[in-house]
Design a protein around this ligand. Structure first.
Ligand SMILES: *[C@@H]1O[C@H](CO)[C@@H](O)[C@H](O)[C@H]1NC(C)=O
Length: 456
């Protein structure tokens, strides 16, 4: 028994984070990354099941009958790929994000407009999430009170969030399943925050709030500036003084958002400009977007793996007052994030006791490691490490004896979950022939029929 306990402790330490407050590392993936060519192509089976605590699948939408529906022909195959990762890491949580727009109009506008529309949406969302084995929903309305949405949608959004929470609580009671998580991606610009959210009304109902602390600056402006700076720059003026992480998060906190529910947004991409003249500093005049990258094929934006191919040979600079880098070569200027800027943001995030980080996106990091020679997922891996998560379980826990039946249980067995006949409050997880003893949440026991923990 003592051996079992010691192995159990090892595996629990390996998988659960040690830091008291920043316990979440939420990673987004997009279902359009599958269309990037060659080594840029990304599907859910590229995800490392131990890298993030939560993965958010973007994007689902809402049809004209107010039902949650997929957006891609193969979404249900990718849902399976994603949710099968939970057989390898049972602590991984997955969420489906709903949002987008049709002709610039958010599908939320019509859905929230009437209580009966919201009721249809909630019912369809719950059954769709359960059918596809997701653990929760991510609301990505950009934004209430913006782009064709009326000022009154601020209250409609509060209604939606409160009603969804109530519906999720009730469904969990009725089905005795773990309650679905409810989360939202929210604005970082102060005027939009003020128009879109009644923070004291929505915050209690959300499990966590992803503040989209990126896209502060880009080629739509006349001068070069950084995509996701931590602080204001001395060349900022007017409303630009608020276009930084510190201003956004301070504002969310001042409106009453609990720090431990706010997640800081980390971008695994940079924003590019074409320089107008010979000035290539921060604030240099620009003629517009830099050329599209060969993989992301979007003018003005480069994935980290496209940036790292560029910086080899470019002139790289650090902006000390904003704690982020930029690189320039010829007429090209790119403001991006790297391991150092992520570490600076984590340090700042810890001083604010935020709930953790969310990353846009896994598919824009060097997910395979083939481009940057820094290993797979260099940015997210470093983020995970600087947040104080323990190393991922790639090396086997060192058993004290190899004769123990539990330790050798997985030798020669397929990956997956198995019953521990000696203790039903735990179960055995096999991964690459290694045995991990996992414990159900208090009060639950393991059932092999559903490969899950449930009430006795
Ligand atoms: C961070 O934001 C707060 C609140 O707006 C402000 O008082 C403080 O000066 C900012 N810090 C820096 C370094 O810009």
């Amino acid at each position: 028994m003592s051996i079992i306990i010691s192995i159990m402790c090892i595996s629990l330490i390996i998988i659960s984070p040690s830091s008291a407050t920043s316990t979440k590392l939420v990673c987004h993936m997009t279902n359009w990354a599958q269309y990037r060519p060659a080594s840029g192509k990304f599907t859910a089976d590229h995800i490392d099941p131990f890298l993030c605590t939560h993965v958010v699948y973007a994007l689902a939408t809402i049809n004209s009958f107010n039902q949650l529906i997929p957006t891609e022909w193969n979404d249900e195959d990718q849902y399976k790929m994603l949710n099968n990762l939970k057989d390898i890491n049972p602590l991984l949580k997955t969420l489906l994000s709903v949002g987008g727009s049709t002709n610039g109009i958010s599908p939320f506008i019509g859905m929230v407009s009437k209580p009966e529309n919201r009721a249809v949406f909630m019912k369809s969302a719950i059954s769709f999430l359960r059918k596809n084995n997701f653990d929760g929903l991510n609301l990505d309305w950009e934004f209430p009170g913006q782009s064709g949405s009326m000022g009154s949608d601020k209250d409609r959004f509060s209604d939606l969030v409160a009603e969804l929470d109530e519906a999720f609580v009730q469904e969990a009671k009725d089905t005795r399943k773990t309650q679905l998580l409810l989360t939202a991606n929210v604005a970082a610009f102060l005027p939009i925050i003020n128009r879109a959210y009644d923070v004291p009304k929505i915050a209690p109902h959300l499990d966590f709030i992803n503040v989209m602390t990126y896209d502060y600056h880009g080629h739509w402006e006349a001068r070069t500036s950084h995509n996701s700076p931590l602080f204001k720059s001395s060349i900022d003026s007017g409303s630009q003084l608020q276009h930084n992480i510190n201003s956004s998060i301070s504002h969310w906190l001042s409106l009453g958002a609990p720090a431990d529910k706010l997640l800081l947004g980390f971008s695994t991409y940079g924003r590019t400009y074409s320089l107008r003249g010979s000035d290539s500093t921060l604030g240099a005049l620009s003629t517009g977007a830099g050329e599209a990258g060969p993989y992301t094929r979007t003018a003005g934006l480069w994935s980290y793996y496209e940036v790292c191919s560029f910086i080899n040979g470019a002139s790289v600079h650090w902006i000390p007052e904003q704690k982020v880098p930029y690189a320039t070569n010829g007429v090209v200027w790119v403001g991006y994030d790297n391991v150092q800027s992520f570490a600076a943001k984590v340090e700042w995030m810890n001083t604010k006791s935020l709930g953790g980080a969310h990353v846009w996106t896994l598919d824009l990091d060097d997910f395979s490691g083939v481009f940057c020679s820094e290993g797979a997922y260099p940015l997210v891996t470093n983020l995970r490490n600087s947040m104080g998560f323990p190393p991922k379980p790639t090396a086997p826990p060192r058993p004290t004896t190899t004769k123990d039946p539990i330790v050798s249980f997985c030798a020669g067995r397929p990956d997956g979950l198995y019953e521990n006949v000696a203790d039903k409050t735990t179960y055995l997880q096999c991964f690459n022939g290694i045995t991990y003893v996992q414990r159900c949440q208090p009060g639950l026991i393991y059932y092999d029929a559903c490969k899950c923990c449930n009430y006795p």
